[in-house]
Design a protein around this ligand. Structure first.
Ligand SMILES: [Zn+2]
Length: 56
């Protein structure tokens, strides 16, 4: 199951998420970034980090 922790990309944030598959996790992270980190669009370099930080 893929999982992601915001702190793994250096954010001071306790958010973490687990989903059944990779396709589900990215939109959830995007929604969180938009709500909690004022990032309605995740910049490509951050998205790179996010994808690397997702544990499969
Ligand atoms: Zn966060």
């Amino acid at each position: 199951m893929p999982s992601f922790k915001c702190k793994d990309i250096g954010m001071k944030c306790k958010f973490e998420v687990k989903t059944q598959n990779q396709d589900e996790i990215v939109p959830i992270i995007a929604m969180h970034a938009s709500k909690s980190h004022s990032m309605p669009d995740i910049p490509p370099e951050i998205m790179e980090k996010v994808k690397k930080a997702i544990k499969k």
